[in-house]
Design a protein around this ligand. Structure first.
Ligand SMILES: *[C@@H]1O[C@H](CO)[C@@H](O)[C@H](O)[C@H]1NC(C)=O
Length: 469
């Protein structure tokens, strides 16, 4: 008898503890750069000893887990992954020959997400009954899906912006030239005139439900983005929303798995001698582009690691993937100088490696912030969406990179000679050395910001205090 009643008491205490708790729900948008940032944020918030639930389709939860880069597996193990039943969706391959680089083939998976509104609403109801307060942190592209938050008294939602503040300003208004003394390129894309109709429609659906949010989080640092953050915040003051710039949210100490062969390869080379080439998870290069890039890298004679992968499909576990062909004999000719990686690369670890001295990148914000944090200068080759504005931010505002090819020339084939020239300028020139020095100095500042008492750390502490109030 005694043990039974003890057991019961024990159970009640647990229930009370739980009802007393603040619970955090993460709702990511299913594209790698977004899944990744929300998982990083999950680990960061969980380090304050709050329960964190990562909520999405089984496929995307698995994608986030299996591709986690630089995160400590013990920290990831503390996150509660909650699979929401999702209707089947088409997962067509990307079109490497498309005239724009926008990943239109992902539209079916994004549209499928709209069906998650009801099940996530139910899950939210259920968890809110057992908690003191539920905090939803969602991608702005998932505002539709989390809108039931407005019907639950003890729930609040916060948008986590996976873009730079510079891009958010540049995509939403043209006020940039008032903030910075720079000449902006004339055809900097805005959401309206660049993104395909179907994706634009998807974005427009988010607009009304996004007004239910209580505040904004940014994966950027006030030390580098104060003017744009101030402007974004000015717009929100009217709505009485709070905001916090807490980036970079990449773990300060990377957890090195040290299994990937490219890290051992890097060990064999001189400090800052290798350029890392990768265009993220939403871009596929055509056969012609691959040929030019291969020849450009070869002619530069600079050491390189090139991640050559097709864009992700909606379901990355759906096996059939195009294997892009390299020029005849290329890999033999560059043996010892270059390495082509076709599997999932440990990007933060590569960027943090002392032998890495440059990054040829599409300038997705995830790649930019990792590069900024690791002090690696960028050779920018923007492909779509916010990438051209990130390129301006990196090359003209921070001055920690140079442009491979201008955005205005995006419809032309980038020739091997152009690539060779950009690689040589970044890796073996005085100009490149200066850019690299600035990138290293900036990294020291930015890294300081996330340490105890630093600018971003204080904002994160303040966000945690706010949700725990
Ligand atoms: C892309 O174009 C090349 C010819 O330039 C062709 O061989 C290839 O099949 C095309 N790929 C797709 C997916 O359409």
């Amino acid at each position: 008898m005694g043990s039974l009643s003890n057991h019961k008491n024990h159970h009640d205490t647990n229930l009370m503890d739980q009802c007393d708790q603040v619970v955090v729900l993460m709702v990511p948008f299913p594209a790698q750069g977004h899944l990744n940032q929300l998982l990083q944020l999950s680990c960061l918030i969980s380090s304050y000893k709050l329960p964190v639930h990562y909520v999405g389709s089984a496929i995307h939860n698995r994608q986030a887990k299996t591709r986690s880069n630089g995160l400590n597996p013990n920290d990831v193990a503390k996150i509660h992954f909650h699979d929401i039943p999702t209707p089947p969706f088409d997962s067509p391959p990307p079109n490497p020959n498309s005239s724009t680089k926008f990943p239109e083939h992902l539209q079916p998976v994004w549209d499928a997400m709209l069906n998650l509104r009801k099940p996530i609403g139910c899950y939210l109801q259920e968890i809110s009954k057992k908690s003191r307060r539920v905090i939803i942190i969602h991608d702005p592209m998932m505002s539709v899906v989390v809108q039931e938050v407005s019907t639950i008294p003890n729930a609040e939602s916060y948008a986590f912006n996976c873009l730079s503040a510079f891009s958010l300003v540049s995509l939403s208004s043209k006020a940039l030239d008032k903030l910075f003394p720079i000449q902006l390129p004339k055809d900097l894309p805005s959401l309206e005139d660049y993104i395909p109709d179907k994706a634009q429609y998807f974005v427009s659906l988010q607009s009304e439900p996004s007004s239910y949010r209580d505040g904004d989080l940014y994966n950027t640092c006030r030390l580098i983005e104060a003017p744009c953050l101030d402007l974004l915040e000015k717009e929100e003051i009217v709505e009485k929303r709070k905001s916090w710039a807490i980036g970079p949210i990449l773990p300060a100490k990377l957890s090195f798995k040290r299994q990937h062969k490219c890290l051992e390869w890097l060990d064999k080379h001189e400090p800052k001698s290798v350029i890392y080439v990768s265009f993220g998870t939403t871009t596929s290069l055509s056969d012609e582009e691959i040929k030019e890039l291969a020849l450009g890298l070869e002619k530069s004679k600079v050491k390189f690691i090139w991640v050559l992968r097709d864009a992700d499909k909606g379901d990355v576990f759906d096996g059939k993937v195009r294997r892009a062909e390299l020029p005849e004999g290329f890999e033999e000719r560059v043996e010892g100088v270059g390495m082509v990686v076709r599997d999932w690369a440990p990007q933060p670890e590569i960027l943090a490696h002392p032998s890495t001295g440059g990054f040829m990148s599409h300038c997705g914000w995830n790649s930019c912030i990792e590069s900024i944090t690791m002090g690696v200068p960028i050779a920018a080759w923007p492909m779509h969406s916010d990438q051209p504005s990130n390129t301006i931010f990196i090359t003209e505002i921070l001055k920690t990179g140079l442009v491979v090819r201008e955005w205005t020339q995006r419809r032309e084939l980038v020739k091997a000679s152009t690539i060779q020239n950009a690689v040589e300028r970044l890796m073996v020139s005085e100009e490149g050395d200066e850019i690299r020095k600035r990138a290293e100095e900036l990294a020291a500042t930015v890294r300081q910001a996330t340490q105890e008492g630093g600018a971003s750390r204080l904002e994160l502490d303040s966000f945690i205090d706010h949700i725990m109030r």
